[in-house]
Ligand binder design. Structure first.
Ligand code: IPT
Length: 270
């Protein structure tokens, strides 16, 4: 049996760890995995990748590409009777999906900062074309609003550490006072730490930083990063198990599972 995986850029930490987790769970169950990678999320590239894997006669497909509802529905139609499972779509969409609880992650991060007395909080969001990035941003805004706060500034990167660096420099140059920075992923947080360091703003004494993902390197950043953990091993296992169930039970009712996230307190917040 062979499972197909369509994935976003594997040079990014999160998708590569998700792919590794899928691969190891599948191997354990004696399934092969064939992969197709898309460098920039784009519907036609995703369709090509899906067609390529269907031509290789995969028994089921996992799609880790950020997709809007209509896009995911178009992909599901293309797959016909081949089971498909999405990991980067809205949890509201009526399809087979496994995602992380974005609202909970954003709330945990905001509550942690508020407990430490922060009021001037800036946001470094992910790309606009990512459902997950938008859900994290909305979650932050809702949690801040519950404390009668607005973000003092909002910037947007592209998930890369370089964009985190450049956007944080841009934030600093606005001269808007901020004591904490919520970042939509750990790679951008890595770049943010460099920008803060170069600007003489010590972390966490002057600025607290919280990432999102808890990818493997985050415990080794300087200082070790406080972040929201998405358990990518658990996601990979759950995806393989669910897809195999879909293969064995073709009319398994569509179900949107939402996995929990947790706050990992390290040394970038105080
Ligand atoms: C999401 C990561 O949180 C983010 O850091 C980035 O790598 C992105 O993937 C790439 O698509 S995790 C995804 C399952 C929502």
């Amino acid at each position: 049996h062979t499972l197909g995986l369509v994935t976003s850029n594997l040079s990014w930490h999160a998708p590569s760890q998700i792919a590794a987790a899928i691969k190891s769970r599948a191997s354990h169950l004696h399934f092969n995995v064939v992969m197709s990678m898309i460098e920039q999320p784009d519907l036609s590239a995703c369709k090509n990748a899906v067609n390529g894997l269907l031509a290789q006669r995969v028994d089921g497909l996992i799609v880790n590409i950020p997709l809007e509802d209509e896009q995911a529905q178009a992909i599901a139609r293309m797959c016909g009777r081949v089971p498909v499972l999405f990991v980067d779509v809205s949890p509201e969409l009526a399809t087979h999906s496994i995602t992380f609880d974005a609202a909970a992650g954003s709330h945990l991060a905001v509550e942690h900062l508020i407990e430490q007395g922060h009021q001037q909080i800036a946001l470094l969001c992910g790309p606009q074309d990512s459902v997950s990035a938008r859900l994290r941003q909305q979650g932050w805004q809702q949690a801040l609003a519950q404390h009668h706060l607005n973000a003092v500034a909002q910037l947007r990167g592209d998930w890369s550490s370089l964009s985190g660096y450049l956007q944080t420099l841009a934030l600093i140059s606005l001269n808007t006072p901020f004591t904490a920075l919520l970042v939509a992923n750990d790679q951008m947080a890595l770049g943010a730490l460099r920008a803060l360091h170069e600007s003489g703003l010590s972390v966490p004494a002057r600025v607290s930083v919280i990432g999102y993902d808890d990818t493997e390197d985050s415990a080794c950043f300087i200082p070790p990063l406080t972040t929201i953990k998405q358990d990518f091993r658990a996601l990979g296992s759950a995806c393989v198990d669910r897809l195999i169930a879909q293969i064995h039970t073709p009319d398994l009712p569509a179900h949107a599972s939402v996995l929990p996230v947790s706050l990992i307190k390290r040394q970038t917040t105080a």
